[in-house]
Design a protein around this ligand. Structure first.
Ligand code: GLC
Length: 694
């Protein structure tokens, strides 16, 4: 059951798709104080609080403070409160178990046992918002209801599940050819190469620098014929430059956010001074969205939207304040106060929340200060892109994901989790964040594998890829000036080749589970406690994840680990892969186990009475055969196992589960065989381990 409660005059964020009548009763569960958003709830000692999508720390959010305030956070240290996304959904699992979604685009603070371990406080400045309370029988049903409320998640093309290579700094045609050559010469799979800001002319959106990319269209099609796609970045800020058509059209039609005086607001990002398109204004959205055609006309069919919190390096006002402070102390004896003052003045120039009070949106003729709609900006940019891309080709799926987001955006694109670092801690953060993102509808997501900032290492890269094997977005991305981390940069590459080929073996299962999760409003990554709700130990496991209906992943995420402890809430089939990706299987009983896993070994688990369909190895989705499978599985006293397998052409917009195939295998005369006729697929081998034999 979902109930809606309105306060003040909520802004139509279009986060939800169900039109519910507001409930006149007081909001249940919480105590409200004052007129602003200010709610309290007493937590039992063992209450677990899930949710908040892209946010810091653990899967259980208890014990810390989080802010929903889309932020260009360059270092994800444990002490930060906000990240790029604002996902105001909590699932409280205790004596009273329910979900709560606060639909409010302003900053919100979630104090989840931080000020007082036993109190949950949700607060903000806003007086206008909607709260939804979702109550169902169990955690999974709450998520299903919530996801029904917010609508179906974005589905990328199948190639979006391939291995993708990115780095900030690729700046000329020869580099892209070189990356493709290196990967292909070493027989390492590669699906796409990302084009970061340096492909543009002076960081101008929808331009390609003709001096560095003289034959752009030819390059796109050459690489495409080798199975590789290019995915350019689009930034939110539009460079102010006479003669640049995007800038001139935006000014002419009033498509940019305005300052107090009604002039286009000036801020600075990569190109220096820019204007921000007013993505709240549908006409501006349409205009900006249609610009993607400039690149789709060159053969591009995937994009990543960035700096759309929006990130601000400085505003004119901020710059003025900083220079006047520096001038004021120039001739003084600069002591401790001034030294700190100088540092602060410079640091406060970028991403200063004060700037969000300095520009306005046009919402049907009404001027609304940005601060009040802040968390919608990246969402609406990605909506603009998605709608634009659909108007270009309605029946085709495009790859699209964003850095900033708000619930609602999950219908238009995926997200990547921004500028992490090459730290083991961020591998663990990645693991813990995935289910939280899924709860909030963001199924197509992933982190920068290997880490974005700082220098990566061979062992971190390996362990991160071993987890990345399962994330829908599997992209290796790094920052300019850090150690290069394309997989051919490492002295030994054989294992990477094997590992990525295995990604393609898994891909049909991942894709099938992904589409089923979207269509049935399920999660792709599930915490153990959501499936084994009555197993109390599962509630504290945050470093193992269920993936779809058959698998559990237990990645290694610490340096020099010789293996790891794994907790099994029931018996499972352990499938251990060695450095040649050859496997050994063993049934492990419910309980704790230590699994030895040297660096080039990883493990996955198959649940009781489930199986996994593995395709043949491939180097990209063009050459992936989704019709021929090997089956590995675990039977516990049953002679019949089945799996609902979904597949499609991977590109057309129409996706429906009616074409799903039920793959059923059964045991007769001690031999496992496919028991139903499925002309679409071929099963080459069946390897089922049986509990009774063990
Ligand atoms: C931002 C993005 C990062 C990108 C860089 C340059 O920091 O988060 O992924 O590489 O900008 O465009």
């Amino acid at each position: 059951m979902i109930r809606r409660y309105d306060f003040g005059i909520p802004f139509p964020t279009e986060a939800v798709v169900l039109d519910l009548t507001p409930n006149p009763e007081p909001l249940p569960h919480f105590t409200k104080k004052g007129t602003k958003l200010n709610f309290f709830l007493k937590l039992e000692r063992d209450t677990v609080v899930y949710g908040l999508g892209e946010s810091n720390r653990g899967l259980n959010k208890r014990g810390y403070l989080y802010e929903s305030f889309c932020s260009d956070t360059s270092t994800h240290t444990p002490d930060i409160f906000s990240m790029y996304g604002a996902h105001n959904f909590l699932l409280i699992s205790g004596k009273n178990t329910f979900g709560v979604f606060i639909d409010c685009p302003e900053k919100i603070t979630f104090d989840i046992g931080y000020s007082d371990y036993d109190d949950l406080k949700i607060s903000g400045e806003s007086t206008d918002y909607t709260i939804y309370i979702i109550e169902e029988d169990n955690l999974r049903s709450i998520i299903r209801s919530f996801r029904t409320l917010i609508g179906e998640s974005y589905i990328p093309p199948k190639w979006g599940f391939g291995y993708q290579q990115s780095r900030w700094g690729y700046s000329k045609e020869s580099e892209f050819y070189d990356i493709a050559d290196q990967y292909q010469n070493l027989d390492i799979p590669l699906e796409s190469i990302y084009m970061d800001i340096d492909y543009m002319e002076a960081y101008k959106d929808f331009t390609v620098d003709p001096s560095r990319f003289p034959n752009f269209k030819t390059m796109v099609s050459d690489l495409r014929s080798r199975g590789i796609r290019l995915v350019p970045i689009i930034d939110a800020g539009v460079k102010i430059e006479e003669g640049y058509s995007v800038y001139e059209e935006g000014v002419e039609h009033g498509y940019f956010c305005e300052d107090e005086t009604g002039k286009p607001f000036v801020a600075a990002v990569w190109p220096g001074r820019v204007h921000f398109p007013d993505f709240i204004n549908p006409a501006a959205r349409k205009w900006f969205g249609e610009k993607y055609k400039i690149l789709t006309d060159c053969g591009i069919d995937g994009f990543w939207n960035d700096m759309n919190e929006p990130a601000i390096f400085y505003s004119e006002e901020g710059l003025e304040e900083t220079f006047s402070y520096l001038d004021s102390i120039r001739d003084t004896n600069i002591g401790i106060k001034e030294s700190f003052g100088m540092r602060e003045a410079i640091e406060n120039l970028s991403n200063n929340p004060k700037d969000y009070d300095r520009f306005y949106h046009n919402h049907n003729g009404e001027r609304i200060v940005h601060r009040k709609l802040h968390n919608l900006y990246g969402y609406m940019m990605t909506r603009a892109a998605s709608e634009g891309l659909h108007s270009i080709q309605e029946d085709k799926r495009f790859l699209l994901f964003s850095r900033a987001s708000y619930i609602g955006m999950h219908r238009y694109g995926g997200i990547w989790t921004g500028d992490n670092s090459s730290w083991w801690e961020h591998l663990l953060l990645n693991i813990k964040m995935m289910p939280s993102l899924n709860m909030c509808g963001f199924l197509y997501s992933g982190a920068d594998l290997g880490g974005f900032g700082c220098d990566t290492t061979y062992d971190l890269m390996i362990r991160w890829l071993q987890f990345g094997l399962f994330t829908p977005l599997m992209r290796n991305h790094s920052a300019i000036s850090t150690r290069e981390q394309e997989l051919y940069q490492f002295s030994s590459t054989g294992y990477f080749s094997k590992l990525l080929k295995f990604r393609y073996r898994l891909l049909p299962y991942l894709y099938s589970e992904f589409i089923k999760a979207v269509k049935c409003h399920e999660m792709f990554f599930l915490p153990l406690s959501f499936e084994y709700e009555h197993d109390s130990l599962s509630r504290s496991v945050e470093d193992q994840l269920l993936i779809g209906e058959s698998l559990m992943s237990a990645p290694v995420y610490t340096q020099n680990a010789a293996g790891r402890y794994v907790y099994l809430p029931e018996s499972m089939l352990m499938v251990k892969f060695d450095s040649r990706l050859e496997r050994t299987c063993e049934i492990l009983e419910k309980g704790h186990h230590f699994i030895d896993l040297s660096l080039e070994e990883f493990v996955l688990f198959i649940k009781r009475n489930k199986f996994l369909m593995l395709a043949p190895e491939a180097n990209n989705t063009d050459s992936l055969d989704c019709t021929s499978f090997e089956i590995i599985g675990y039977s516990d006293k049953t002679d019949v196992l089945s799996y609902d397998f979904y597949d499609d052409d991977g590109i057309s917009s129409k996706v429906d589960l009616s074409s799903m195939l039920q793959v059923q295998i059964s045991k007769k005369d001690s031999v496992w065989k496919l028991s139903n006729q499925i002309p679409q697929i071929k099963i080459t081998k069946i390897d089922i381990m049986e509990a009774s034999v063990y």
